[in-house]
Design a protein around this ligand. Structure first.
Ligand code: AMP
Length: 581
């Protein structure tokens, strides 16, 4: 059990771990093999041996699907020893909303211990770069989802829920900035709407004390800001009267937030009203929370699309801080340079979190796999993880690029999920390509003071040729919203996206005509909230929720289709690269 209590110890541990990567990774693998040699999965390749070289020679690189049959047997009541030598304490539900299916990943104490350690490192890195980051209060939008009991008697829940309910989170070391504006009862409230309202209200009441603000993922924070735009008047009247709105019925929320409201505070209500009733909310965050030093939340990978919205709310006055890279399989890495620009964010791998291997993505065969210490600067890899809880050489599904080293620990830029997000013919468009293309198109609408609130896509293959459908929710930067959408501008957006997609897409679209014109369907404001509510009703959790980049489930598509207000299609054929002609 990790007993770090003090900042200096954590700092020297971070230096130590990042300076001895090879030795620590060796020890991690040794320990895992010693514990897991007799699990059914490893037995079939190693016959009880715990030899590291044999492990690398005999155990294939797999995906979650390879482990699933074993995990399901444990979920259904067979002994956990068939998956992991260490006793399991539960199953982590991965957000998994893109495929519509959730993964159940075995978990034990080590997962929470390592998550706590990563949080220690986040805090000390922050303290090195941001003066007084933990001297005030933190307004962090945090939520917990429900836990269900599996037939095995072990609970299943989200990684964040397990962590927020653990003693590590409830009794943090003093150097964490966990003096939250939100009382625990609100974080544990099962109704996310009541919880969000109360979290923002408490943050407003304590606005002068707030020194840090954010959420785990940028998407949730942006959603919180949009919710604030709709509800600040109610919040002001709660502050003015000292009475919480009647629709907050959760007892824990009512009691704890009423105490924070104290009594009537018309002066504070007036101040907030003055700020919030401005025509534009550009730069609203530093106005509402004048002492906050940063806005925190993951802003890389799929979350990069929320950067323009965050930049709008902070108006260049505050850094956006993306603290760590982690997943339901394992915590991985920490951002050592909290004040860098969003495009420069890299994460330093912490070698005692799990055993890490890297599959060069251009080579694609298992023999080319390398250890953490052997990755090459500039190269792209797919991350493969061997965890303390029964995943052995399992692909995480993320592509990373080596950008440098902290001591001897490699640092990686998050490139993309290793998956094809959409395809309607023989082309394969990745999430990264789609995000880049959409980003270019948003530059077209930005000049009209319009922001892309969120988007997703759908491969329309019911007609031939098939075509890409993008659902866009737009938002005006000014208080009045969007008065009228210029059709020429929207058609131009379709063309910019098509022009920015990969060469094969353009060839099929322009030369062979086997792909039809890309379509943007604009949906009503609030549609992506409804989509999220739909997925939460299906079992997703708000803390880890990420808008699926491509939607195939008919029910989820129905949520979008019912809110379409206008449709636009590309009119120009994109260029074709001569080499492909
Ligand atoms: P989940 O298992 O549901 O928590 O999702 C984990 C996945 O979220 C990772 O495999 C990544 O694809 C993504 N993710 C987590 N942290 C980051 C990050 N800092 N930057 C980019 N993507 C991230």
């Amino acid at each position: 059990m990790n007993t770090l209590t003090d900042k200096d110890v954590a700092m020297s541990l971070l230096e130590d771990l990042t300076s001895n990567v090879k030795q620590i990774q060796d020890e991690v693998l040794e320990e895992i093999l010693r514990c897991d040699a007799n699990t059914e999965y490893l037995q079939s390749f190693l016959h009880g041996s715990a030899d590291k070289e044999l492990f690398k020679k005999n155990v294939p690189v797999g995906t979650y699907e390879d482990f699933k049959p074993y995990i399901e047997r444990v979920v259904n009541g067979e002994p956990s020893g068939l998956v992991s030598g260490r006793p399991l304490t539960g199953f982590v539900l991965s957000s998994g909303t893109s495929s519509g299916k959730q993964k159940l990943i075995p978990m034990n104490d080590k997962y929470l211990e390592n998550t706590k350690l990563l949080t220690d490192f986040r805090s000390i890195v922050l303290s090195k770069h941001v003066d007084g980051h933990n001297q005030g209060k933190s307004l962090k939008l945090l939520f917990t989802g429900p836990s269900s009991m599996t037939l095995s008697g072990l609970p299943a829940s989200y990684a964040s829920t397990f962590f927020f309910k653990s003693d590590y989170f409830k009794n943090p070391p003093s150097f964490w900035d966990t003096s939250f504006t939100t009382p625990g009862e609100v974080i544990y409230c099962p109704d996310t709407k009541q919880s969000l309202y109360c979290q923002l209200l408490c943050g407003l009441v304590m606005r002068d004390e707030v020194t840090g603000i954010g959420a785990v993922f940028a998407s949730i924070f942006v959603q919180g800001m949009i919710f604030l735009e709709k509800t600040w008047k109610d919040m002001c009247s709660n502050i003015r009267s000292g009475q919480l709105s009647d629709w907050i019925t959760d007892l824990g929320c009512r009691e704890s937030v009423s105490k924070i409201l104290g009594g009537p505070n018309p002066q504070l209500a007036d101040q907030i009203q003055d700020i919030c009733s401005q025509k534009s909310w550009k730069g609203i965050i530093p106005q509402l929370w004048p002492n906050t030093k940063f806005v925190e939340g993951v802003i890389t990978g799929q979350m990069a699309q929320y950067v323009p919205a965050l930049e709008f709310y902070v108006d260049d006055q505050l850094p956006l801080y993306s603290p760590a890279y982690s997943s339901s399989e394992s915590p991985f890495a920490v951002n050592m340079n909290p004040l860098c620009k969003p495009q420069d964010i890299s994460y330093t791998f912490i070698p005692n979190m799990s055993y890490f291997e890297f599959l060069p993505i251009d080579e694609g065969n298992d023999d080319a796999i390398v250890d953490l210490v052997d990755v090459k600067l500039g190269s792209y890899y797919e991350l493969v993880v061997t965890t303390y809880s029964g995943l052995h050489r399992c692909k995480v599904g993320d592509v990373l690029q080596v950008t440098g080293f902290y001591n001897s620990a490699p640092q990686f830029k998050f490139v993309r999920r290793q998956n094809v997000v959409i395809s309607v013919y023989l082309e394969a468009t990745t999430e990264e390509e789609l995000l880049k293309a959409v980003k270019r198109a948003t530059e077209v609408i930005e000049s009209s003071n319009i922001m892309l609130r969120d988007f997703t896509c759908y491969p329309h293959i019911a007609d031939t040729p098939g075509h890409y459908v993008l659902y866009w929710e737009l938002k005006g930067n000014n208080y009045d919203g969007i008065s009228e959408l210029d059709p020429d501008m929207m058609v131009e957006c379709c063309s910019v996206i098509e022009e920015s997609l990969n060469a094969l897409y353009r060839k099929f679209r322009s030369k062979e005509k086997t792909i039809g014109a890309l379509e943007i369907r604009v949906v009503q404001p609030g549609t992506f909230d409804s989509l999220m509510e739909y997925f939460i009703a299906q079992g997703a959790t708000l803390t880890q929720y990420k808008t699926p980049r491509c939607i195939k489930s008919p029910e989820a598509l129905q949520v979008l289709e019912s809110k379409v207000v206008s449709r636009f299609s590309g009119e120009k054929l994109p260029h074709v690269d001569s080499v492909l002609c």
